[in-house]
Design a protein around this ligand. Sequence first.
Ligand SMILES: [Fe+2]
Length: 313
Amino acid sequence: MNPNTTDFQPFDLSCSRDYARWRTWKLAAYPVAASDLRVQLSNPGELSATGYDAVLAICRKANMAIYDFGEQPFNKALLRRFGLQFGLERLDMNLRADEDSITSLRVVPASGGTHYIPYTSRALNWHTDGYYNTPDQQVRAILMHCMQDAASGGENRLLDPEIAYLLLRDENPDYIRALMQPDAMTIPANVEAGSEIRAACSGPVFTVEKNSGSLHMRYTARTRSIIWKDDRDTRMATGFLTELLTGDSPCTFSHRLRAGQGIICNNVLHSRSAFADAPDTGKVRLMYRARYHDRIRGTALADFSEEVLACSG
Ligand SMILES: [Fe+2]
């Protein structure tokens, strides 16, 4: 098969044979622990071919990799160049990003009566980034780089959206049908100080990109500020997801980023535990986060469907 065709459609519910073949490939040698996602790298601005290939291979399989630059100097410009090597170019402009559209995540004092959890030391529930964005502004990839870890806590849990899809579809294909409805989830308008700064937005949880055949997921485990479609299958599907994410599923990975490490991913599901800073010892957590409208180049299903088909016979 030509790698750039869209003939192979495992995420289409009517293509059960494609799904079965993709599923075989997906589960073959799938990482079992966060350590399987790790790649030691050097020179973030210009990766070696070996380093690049290692990251790409893991991202093709699991939609995420944990990289480690150790104690090498790092800054936002290098983060930008690191991302560009993976086709990550179009940065998402979010309300609280710094001027360069890369967000410095750290504890900041509350202002104007609003206090967004990402800028506190509190736990962050499971979500994909930018789930409240409009359909044409979806966040397809994220880079999150740890400049400094906290004195304690701040562990991430991670789940590949394709594994979430697989488990849901295996349980009941109607769950996928429900979560693909264009009005499956609605984010109410964001109103601050009486004025609307973001309109209400409805959309599906799962979508399949037309050209590449790749799966995209929007999700939040928040129960406030989210309205799920009130039908049986959506309730059952979200209940299944909640159980999956709150339980001790072997499909989720746990990792606490240390300074010099980061996550490159196709906007996988993630959460963060609470943490504690210790300013006296310099252990004040600081993450650089870049969100992109691009998917990691080379990880679209159409880019390696030959490999998938070869694996599943
Ligand atoms: Fe996030």
